[in-house]
Design a protein around this ligand. Sequence first.
Ligand SMILES: *Cc1c(COP(=O)(O)O)cnc(C)c1O
Length: 412
Amino acid sequence: MSADPLLPSAELAYSAPDAAGFYGPYGGTFVPETVVPALAELAAAYEEAQADASFAGELAYLLRDYVGRPSPLYRADRLAEAVGLGAVWLKREDLNHTGAHKINNTIGQCLLARRMGKRRVIAETGAGQHGVATATTAALMGLECAVFMGTEDIRRQALNVYKMRLLGAEVVPVPDGAGTLADAVTAALRHWVERVEDTFYVIGSVVGPHPYPAMVRDFQAIIGTETIAQLAEKEIAHVDAVVACVGGGSNAIGMFYPFLHDVSADRRPALIGAEAAGLGLETDKHGAALTKGQPGVMHGFYSYLLQDDAGNPLEAYSISAGLDYPGVGPEHSYLKDSGLVRYEGVTDAEAIEAFALLTRTEGIIPAIESSHALALLPRLAAELGPEGVVVVNVSGRGDKDMDIVREAGLGG
Ligand SMILES: *Cc1c(COP(=O)(O)O)cnc(C)c1O
């Protein structure tokens, strides 16, 4: 990579993680001894796959003909006018098969599982989106599939549970703790330790021990790579800001990472992540790990984490099930500290308002997760003025959220 006079050299030096999986102080592998060889085997297999053109070829084929990529970059003029910006571009991950970005990652990891000779995959799921994407990909590739899911989430997400079973997956109830996503991850990690010879653990976001955060990022980076190419195709030379929502952080890093390395841009846009502020950052009902958390270890990695004084993870809360995780991917912690990416909280009420606005101005019903990113648009309009140009990653579609928005009082 040649030196770019527009970027400070410290930023060009950004190439994480290091060999041990650290992004500055964050990341790493904080796991039981028994899992260490499995992670090393995974890292080696992934490195080998990256050097193999046939792996890249098969991945590209499935992303195109099965997922439906590239996803469009759509200029939302009525939305731009409503919020007072010059242009708003929507990256339409909601149009992917299964309705969100998650399948970009499950296809990559299941291809890797098959390459490693593992006939069985497991996954954790909260709202069920990653579970459905994994069950879908397992059906496609003829893999056995078990999905760990908290009992409370099983109750709340009956439709996705049914879908996973239809697709041939076993849904394993996790009654521990609050019966939600964090408990499902813990149970899946524990199970993986016992079945590591024949089982591949498909993690659903840029979390977990190394090499997962880097691997999931690489599989999701197609979002930003396509966006940069699509902007060039449309001869859009200047973008002020690129925004995405942050749960574990996979759709956001997938969008941001290529921009962080895009030295051909005339000026790098501001990169902004929207965290769940829930009922408000001043309450204890939110999922804003980066804004309100402290660094700590959970699920095998070191990162910003919502925790009590004794270091135990707290329950996260958000109206969107995909954002209520008490931790966040380690690379986001590094990007926050380095100032390369800015993170802002968006409340449930702001997200619902943004959901309604996109639905009414463009006829696109977004996921409530994605609505958190959309909710930054009015703030950006105030900051950038009427000429501002913003790209929003619409990480998924909102079909799954109909009950929640009805309860929130939309649509009468
Ligand atoms: C799961 C999910 C998210 C949150 O996960 P990230 O890893 O932060 O991307 C966001 N949007 C949608 C539509 C999801 O399904």
